[in-house]
Design a protein around this ligand. Structure first.
Ligand code: ADP
Length: 220
């Protein structure tokens, strides 16, 4: 169906990842069909999700009976069993589901998932580990890395970015980053422009190449 009007997601595997994902989708007003081979996991999510069903999704027949082929989005949230994860992803691909996400436990697992037809692979443990490393070692308050070596960080403004308008300080040319927003204590976030003067102690949101963002956040 039309992916824009179809606000339904099938989540296969209701472990910690699948439950958290399903609950968040519900909060956002989406319909969620959660499936797990373990009836106890399904029971726990009964009142949270739109539908919850017990089935072994390595069986294409089971997916078919639950109508998963009609969904435009599905997530394979099985981590512990590599075999089940790969089989389920390939069943979804065979069923023609147009947007398949899958959780991988390793990069190799992720590559296999892509091979069998998953369109998007997520590596929650690795991604979160990298992100926390940035928070632990640096002055960053938050850090997100996107594909292609591009990052967004929240950090305390280094002295070299304060006192004069950002345009005059030429932070973009000097550090290769763009200050997107600033936050003073007790005030809301505001967008930064060339005229913005960042003060000592301000929190800034910066974007740019990962390395440039890291370097900028390490400046004092
Ligand atoms: P997490 O780390 O997010 O808790 P787990 O890998 O522990 O993830 O949980 C995955 C869930 O997927 C488990 O609840 C498990 O019962 C379920 N699962 C495993 N194999 C299948 C399958 N073939 N069909 C449906 N659900 C499955």
């Amino acid at each position: 169906g039309d992916s824009r009007s179809d606000l339904r997601v099938a989540v296969i595997g209701l472990g910690r990842f699948g439950c958290s994902l399903g609950a968040e989708l519900m909060r956002r007003g989406w319909d969620v069909l959660g499936i797990d081979s373990d009836a106890a996991m399904v029971q726990r999510m009964r009142d949270v999700l739109t539908h919850a069903a017990t089935a072994d999704c390595t069986d294409p027949e089971a997916l078919d009976q639950l109508g998963v082929a009609e969904f435009s989005r599905a997530v394979v949230a099985i981590g512990d069993s590599l075999e089940a994860s790969v089989l389920v992803a390939s069943n979804l691909a065979d069923a023609g589901v147009p947007h398949i996400w899958a959780k991988a436990v390793s990069r190799q697992h992720g590559r296999i998932l892509e091979r069998v037809g998953a369109h998007h692979v997520v590596l929650p443990e690795q991604d979160m580990g990298e992100r926390v490393a940035h928070l632990v070692t640096g002055r960053m308050l938050d850090f997100i890395e996107f594909d292609d070596d591009y990052a967004l960080a929240k950090t305390v403004a280094p002295a070299c970015a304060t006192g004069r308008p950002l345009g005059e300080l030429r932070v973009r040319a000097t550090y290769g980053i763009t200050v997107v927003g600033i936050k003073r204590s007790g005030e809301d976030f505001t967008y930064a422009t060339a005229e913005t003067v960042v003060r000592r102690g301000d929190i800034v949101i910066v974007t740019g190449r990962t390395r440039a963002v890291e370097t900028f956040a390490e400046l004092v």
